[in-house]
Write a protein that binds this ligand. Structure first.
Ligand code: SF4
Length: 675
C-alpha cells in the first residue's frame, strides 16, 4: 500500500511566487500530510506556462532545512556566533518596544534604523504596516537603493514609469537588444519569447561583458567593459541624429530636450566609443545601423548596466533610444523595463506623507553603523534582506554589526549571515505559509498567493508581526487592519471591483490597458506634460558631472581587473543562498589567467584595499579579458574565507538615484599559496 493511501491523498494547491523576480509565476504545490512534496509551475498564468526555475522548485529545502528559524531567540553568545535562547513572542515583542522607547528617550527616534529590501516583493510583506510603524514612530528613513534605483530614476524621469513592452510581444519584434540582462538566470520565462522571435526572423543583439547563453545565440554580441554602457548608447544616438535615423516628427511632438541630448551624444564616434568599451567599432556600427533600420525594434534595459558610477546615465541613454529612433507605436517596438508600477495598487493607510527624518542610503550601512553620530544608530531592525551578504563594503558592514552597543533585530525565515549578529531573531513565514499578492514586473500580472502549509514552528508573517508591534507601540488608529488576513481583505476591498473579484475567484485580472500594451497607443508617459523628458534639468543638476556624461574607469595599476557580480541560477538576490554548495568560483578569461600564471581550479585570492575573497578559479572564455566575475547573492559560507564579492565593492554611489556601484570593484587576483 502506498504512503499516499496511508496518509490520505496528496493534494495540489495553487499559489503564486512573490519573490524578487520579474515573472511572478503561478505555482502548483503538491502537499501530502501537511508537507510539501513538490513545487511546480501551473498554467493559470500563461507566462508561467507550467514550468518554473530550479530555485523555487527547491524552495522546500529552505522551508524544512536546518537553517530555518522556528522560534524567537535572544542572543546568548558573542555577536556573530549565532547562539540564541528561545523566548516567547510576547517577550520578544515587549523587548523591542522597550528598546525602541529607550533609544527614543536617549537619542531620539532617528537612532532607530529599519532596514529592508526585496526578500519578498509581496504587497503584504513589504511597505505595509511596517512602513506605518517607521513613519509614525519617526525612525530614520531608509533609501532602498541597493538595486533598481538608477534605472528607476531614469524610467521615472523620462517616461514617468510608463508601462513597457511585456514578454508576450517579443516575438513581434524584428530586432531585440538585450542590454545588461541575462534572462537565463533571472526572469527565465522571457527566454522562449526571445527564441520565438528569432525563429520568426528577428535579429538578436546582446550587450554584456559575459558570453551568456543568449549571447552565444545572438547575431551580434557586444562584450562591453563594465561601466561603458552610457558611451555605447550615446554612440547609437549620435548615429541616429547624424544619419537621419532620428524621428524628428516624433521628437517634436512627444519629447522635450532632444537638442541637448544630441549635443551630449556628439563626441561619441564609433571609434572613440569602441576603444573605450573594448569592442570592435564595426560591430558597434552594425548595431547602430540595425537599430536605425529595424521596426519593430525592442530594447530590454536590464539591471546589470546600472551597477556602476555611470549607471543612471547609462539607463537614461538606453531608455531614450526608442524615443529618438521613433520606435514606439507598433506592437513589439519600444522598450522593456520594470512594470512594477503598472497596477497602481493604492495602500491608503500608508499614503500619509512621510516625515522628513534623517535618510540613510542603504548602500552606506557600514558607515552608518560606524560613523553616524547625530544620533548614532542604536537599534537596527532588519527584515526581508541580508545586508551582511548583499551590501557594499562587507567588512565595514560586519564590523558595524559587531558593535556591542547596537541592538539588532533580525526578522527572517532562516539564520542568515546577518541574523548571526542579531541580539534578537524573529522567525518569519515563507510565502508558502501565508497570503500575499504577487505582482509581475516583467509580465503585467497580479496574483493572490495562498497558504499551502501551516507555518513552521512559531514563524509568523510580516503583516501579523508588524501589526502586533504597531499595536503594542500604540501606533494604530481605530479600524486599521492589524494582521495578514485582515490586511489582505482590506486590500482586496480597495482594488478596482473587477480586479478584486478576479483575484478572489482565483483568476488573473487584467488592467484597463491590457497585459500587453503598445507604448504610445495604449499607454503614454506619466510625466507632467505627457511627453518624454529627454533632458530633465533636475537630473542634470543631480548627476556629479551632468546628464549623459561618462566618468572614467576607477581601475589602477595595482587593481586593474573589473569584478562584476551578476545574478546566478542558484539564488534570487541572496535568497536561497544557504542552499548553495560551498566553493563559489571566480570566472576569469584565459588571457588574464595566463598573465598571472593561474590555472583552472587554482585556489586564488581576489583583493583590493577594501578586502579579499578566497575561492577556486574557473578559467573560461565566457567573460571578456580584464573582467572577472563572482556570483551575486553569495552567503559567506560560499567562500574559503567567509567574504564575498561585496567585500570588494566600494560604497560609492551611482551618478543618479544613489544606487550601488558593485561593478566598480577593481581588484587583483593571485594564487593563494604564493600571494
Ligand atoms: S523566482 Fe521567478 S521564475 Fe522562479 S518561480 Fe518565482 S517568479 Fe517563477
Amino acid at each position: 500500500m502506498s504512503e499516499s493511501v496511508l496518509g490520505g491523498p496528496a493534494t495540489v494547491v495553487e499559489t503564486a511566487c512573490p519573490l524578487d523576480c520579474p515573472d511572478a509565476c503561478s505555482l502548483a504545490v503538491t502537499v501530502h500530510r501537511g508537507k510539501i512534496v513538490s513545487i511546480d509551475g501551473s498554467h493559470r498564468n500563461p507566462v508561467t506556462d507550467g514550468y518554473i526555475c530550479a530555485k523555487v522548485r527547491k524552495f522546500g529545502d529552505r522551508v524544512y532545512g536546518p537553517d530555518r528559524l522556528l522560534y524567537p531567540g535572544i542572543r546568548r553568545g558573542r555577536k556573530g556566533e549565532g547562539k540564541f535562547k528561545r523566548v516567547s513572542w510576547d517577550e520578544a515583542l515587549e523587548l523591542i518596544v522597550a528598546r525602541f522607547e529607550r533609544a527614543k528617550a536617549e537619542a531620539g527616534s532617528t537612532s532607530i534604523l529599519p532596514y529592508s529590501y526585496g526578500g519578498s516583493n509581496g504587497l503584504l510583506t513589504q511597505d505595509n504596516i511596517d512602513a506605518q510603524i517607521w513613519r509614525r514612530f519617526g525612525t530614520s528613513r531608509l533609501a532602498r537603493t541597493v538595486c533598481a534605483a538608477p534605472t528607476g530614476t531614469a524610467n521615472m524621469a523620462l517616461y514617468g514609469k510608463m508601462p513597457s513592452v511585456t514578454y508576450r510581444d517579443y516575438p513581434e519584434a524584428k530586432l531585440i537588444i538585450l542590454w545588461g540582462v541575462n534572462p537565463s538566470a533571472s526572469g527565465i520565462h522571457l527566454v522562449p519569447y526571445v527564441r520565438e522571435a528569432q525563429k520568426r526572423g528577428a535579429t538578436l543583439v546582446v550587450i554584456d561583458p559575459r558570453t551568456t547563453a543568449l549571447a552565444r545565440a545572438a547575431d551580434v554580441h557586444l562584450p562591453v567593459k563594465p561601466g561603458t554602457d552610457v558611451a555605447v548608447a550615446l554612440s547609437i544616438h549620435r548615429h541616429l541624429f547624424a544619419s537621419g535615423g532620428a524621428d524628428e516628427e516624433f521628437l517634436r511632438a512627444h519629447t522635450t530636450g532632444a537638442d541637448r541630448l544630441r549635443e551630449r551624444a556628439e563626441p561619441w564616434t564609433f571609434e572613440r566609443t569602441a576603444s573605450l568599451a573594448g569592442i570592435e567599432a564595426s560591430a558597434l556600427q552594425r548595431v547602430a545601423e540595425l537599430y536605425a533600420a529595424s521596426s519593430p525594434a525592442l530594447v530590454r534595459c536590464g539591471w546589470g548596466l546600472e551597477r556602476n558610477r555611470n549607471g543612471g546615465n547609462a539607463a537614461m541613454a538606453v531608455l531614450a533610444l526608442p524615443a529618438v529612433g521613433g520606435k514606439f507605436g507598433v506592437r513589439g517596438g519600444g522598450y522593456s523595463m520594470s512594470n512594477s508600477t503598472s497596477w497602481n495598487v493604492e495602500r491608503p493607510w500608508i499614503a500619509a506623507d512621510e516625515p522628513r527624518t534623517r535618510e540613510v542610503n542603504m548602500n552606506h550601512l557600514g558607515r552608518a553603523l560606524i560613523d553616524y553620530a547625530d544620533p548614532p544608530i542604536k537599534v537596527l531592525f532588519v527584515y526581508n534582506c541580508n545586508p551582511a551578504a548583499t551590501v557594499p563594503d562587507q567588512r565595514r558592514v560586519v564590523h558595524g554589526l559587531e558593535r556591542e552597543d547596537l541592538f539588532t533585530v533580525v526578522f527572517d525565515q532562516v539564520m542568515t549571515d546577518t541574523a548571526l549578529y542579531a541580539d534578537l531573531v524573529l522567525p518569519a513565514t515563507t510565502f508558502l505559509e501565508g497570503y500575499d499578492f504577487a505582482k509581475g514586473y516583467g509580465p503585467i500580472s497580479l496574483d493572490l498567493g495562498r497558504p499551502v502549509i501551516d507555518a513552521a514552528g512559531e514563524a509568523r508573517s510580516n503583516a501579523d508581526v508588524f501589526g502586533d508591534l504597531a499595536t503594542r507601540l500604540g501606533l494604530l488608529k481605530e479600524n486599521e487592519p492589524t494582521g495578514e488576513l485582515d490586511l489582505m481583505v482590506h486590500m482586496l476591498d480597495r482594488l478596482p471591483a473587477h480586479i478584486g473579484a478576479e483575484l478572489r475567484a482565483g483568476g488573473q485580472p487584467v488592467p484597463p490597458f491590457g497585459t500587453a500594451p503598445i507604448q504610445f497607443v495604449d499607454v503614454f508617459p506619466n510625466t507632467p506634460d505627457r511627453k518624454v523628458s529627454l533632458f530633465p534639468d533636475t537630473l542634470e543638476a543631480a548627476a556629479p558631472i551632468g546628464l549623459y556624461r561618462f566618468q572614467p574607469d576607477p581601475a589602477t595599476e595595482r587593481y586593474p581587473l573589473a569584478l562584476i557580480s551578476p545574478a546566478s541560477e542558484r539564488t534570487i538576490s541572496s535568497t536561497l543562498g544557504e542552499l548553495s554548495r560551498p566553493d563559489a568560483k571566480l570566472s576569469m578569461h584565459p588571457d588574464d589567467a595566463k598573465t598571472r600564471g593561474l590555472e583552472d581550479g587554482d585556489l586564488v585570492r581576489i583583493f583590493n584595499e577594501l578586502g579579499e575573497v578566497h575561492c577556486p578559479l574557473r578559467v573560461a572564455a565566457g567573460i571578456r579579458p580584464g573582467t572577472v566575475s563572482l556570483p551575486k547573492g553569495l552567503w559567506r559560507r560560499s567562500t574559503r574565507n567567509s567574504m564575498t564579492a561585496t567585500a570588494l565593492a566600494p560604497d560609492t554611489l551611482t551618478d543618479l538615484g544613489g544606487g550601488a556601484c558593485f561593478n566598480d570593484a577593481r581588484v587583483q587576483v593571485a594564487s593563494l599559496p604564493t600571494a
